[in-house]
Ligand binder design. Structure first.
Ligand code: NAP
Ligand code: MG
Length: 491
């Protein structure tokens, strides 16, 4: 095991050596005979050149995890927790290096990169509590002399597939608890963010003293290693964070594995933010603005539909238009830029199609601007119909649809009329009314008088309907990444 470094006196040299794979504690190129340039989506600068994984690399990664997990599971809880405390110290010492990677590789604005860094830090601190949280039970039963115990233990190996939008956080949201609970992990980040989604996290945990083989990263094309990952016989649990169609595909392929698997799916959303007739208009406008435009709308919890009661509608549209037109867009490295570049050309095409769809449908275009490179300036469309294709899409871009509702009942029906059910919000000055409304929203998460984007490391996170299966964070993720063993003793 690598000796941990005292970070109170250590000024770190920047991480280097991102060549493709991190398997069994070794930094190495992949064997797919194919390299991919990792580029900055804002200016196309080359950040790394990565030799892609083949299926044999994937097998070696799962083999390494399978061999490493037994000793890691037997490592005392305080030693496992200590890895996360050291990782937090590393995160602090390397804050600017990490922010810079998030800005350059994933097109994060400086604001969003800071939020993501904080989320990762919080996740690591929460993970440090988990080794001691995996507790069993002794349960009374109706049989003389019988003792029923339930032991809680790690599942063994966990496979993680993560997306490019919050790469470091959404990888760590699975990786940290899985490791803390005594599992070994194989992580496949998105090929758009191989460093921030995987290799950077591995550098941090390696430096924090995680033993070789406990965390393995495979970087490769989904076309080559995707299905082999999903149907791999080693992992007992898979978590996937990404789009709904890919999530369905992965669940189907995983079903063909020789080892049955539990699958956690964190998928797409179409979050409504509902403004009732007694709402604080200014607060609602501010929340709908940040909730739509933070990270250029590329967040699963982004406000994808703004539903406003008719009595406030005209004033809301006017104020929102003024606010959206003033949003700073462009260079993500400038401290006050709210809208930076989209992650890749495919996303630019998708968002451009959404804008074209809104125009074809004749919705009122209140704010727009020319797309430059991968930067899409804020767009606002009013008088949108909830049943239009435009409103049904998860836009995943800086485009805000505003929908009029004639009553509270209609607002609720519109909010629920979607295949998704991840996040949502409602604005009202009457807390009891807000709570009653929130409880009738078909979603995993609803926020009263706040933005739709919240992810706390100790609070349940997850979706209903086609937004996913399973629950993340805190005690909920402890259940995902452990299994229970009933052992009885007859005396
Ligand atoms: P995506 O296209 O579904 O990709 C997600 C991950 O799956 C990436 O690592 C991708 O790798 C990989 N992948 C793609 N095809 C695969 C296959 N056949 N087998 C195995 N892996 C495969 O999603 P995305 O475009 O990266 O992310 C955007 C979506 O994620 C949105 O729908 C968003 O709402 C959702 N999301 C949900 C949450 C949540 O917590 N609910 C959080 C963030 C994002 P490559 O990129 O290399 O192909
Ligand atoms: Mg890139």
């Amino acid at each position: 095991m690598q000796q941990p470094v005292d970070h109170s006196v250590f000024v770190p040299r920047q991480y280097e050596g991102f060549t493709g794979q991190y398997i069994a504690g070794r930094w190495q190129a992949g064997m797919a005979n194919h390299t991919v340039l990792d580029r900055n989506p804002f200016d196309d600068a080359v950040l790394a050149e990565l030799a892609q994984a083949s299926v044999s690399d994937l097998d070696r990664a799962f083999d390494a995890a399978k061999s490493a997990h037994v000793e890691w599971a037997a490592t005392p809880p305080s030693e496992r927790a200590a890895v996360f405390f050291r990782a937090v110290a590393i995160l602090d010492a390397r804050k600017e290096e990490i922010l810079s990677w998030l800005i350059r590789e994933s097109g994060s604005t400086r604001i969003k990169a800071g939020i993501e860094w904080g989320a990762v830090r919080g996740g690591m601190l929460e993970a440090a509590t988990m080794p001691a949280a995996a507790q069993g039970h002794i349960i009374p039963v109706d049989k003389p002399g019988k003792e029923a115990r339930v032991y809680k233990k790690p599942v063994g190996v966990v496979g993680v597939i993560s997306p490019w939008n919050f790469p470091l956080h959404l990888s760590n949201r699975s990786v940290a608890p899985a490791l803390a609970l005594g599992n070994a992990v194989v992580l496949k980040p998105s090929n758009d963010t191989p460093v921030t989604g995987g290799l950077l996290l591995a550098k941090i945990y390696e430096e924090a003293g995680l033993p070789p083989g406990v965390l393995n990263i495979v970087v490769g094309s989904s076309d080559i290693i995707g299905d082999a990952f999903s149907r791999h016989p080693v992992p007992r649990v898979l978590t996937f964070t990404g789009s709904t169609p890919v999530g369905r595909h992965i669940a189907r392929v995983a079903g063909e594995s020789s080892l049955l698997k539990r699958i956690g799916l964190e998928l797409g959303g179409n979050a409504p933010l509902v403004v009732l007739d007694d709402a604080d208009l200014e607060k609602a406008v501010g929340a709908a603005l940040i909730g739509r435009f933070l990270h250029q709308g590329q967040i699963c919890m982004s406000t994808n539909r703004i539903i406003v009661d008719a009595s406030l509608y005209d004033r809301f549209v006017e104020a929102y238009t003024v606010a959206a037109a003033a949003v700073k867009f462009g260079d993500p490295n400038e401290p006050d830029t709210l809208v930076g570049p989209l992650c890749n050309d495919g996303q630019v095409r998708n968002v451009a199609k959404c804008i074209a769809l809104a125009r074809q449908s004749g919705f009122r275009e209140c704010v727009s601007g020319a797309i430059e490179g991968r930067v899409v300036p804020p767009h606002v469309f009013a008088d949108v119909r909830n049943d239009s294709q435009f409103a049904r899409n998860e836009i995943f871009g800086p485009v805000a649809p505003i929908i009029r509702a004639t009553s509270e009942a209609e607002a609720l029906a519109l909010a629920n009329d979607t295949e998704f059910g991840l996040s949502s919000a409602v604005f009202t000055r009457d807390e009891a009314r807000g709570l009653a409304f929130a409880r009738r929203i078909e979603a995993g998460m609803t926020h009263i008088n706040d933005i739709t984007i919240h992810d706390y490391p100790h609070v349940m996170f997850g979706g209903e309907k086609n937004s996913g299966l399973g629950r993340f964070n805190g005690k909920w993720i402890v259940e995902e990444f452990t299994t229970d063993h009933f052992i009885s003793i007859q005396r």
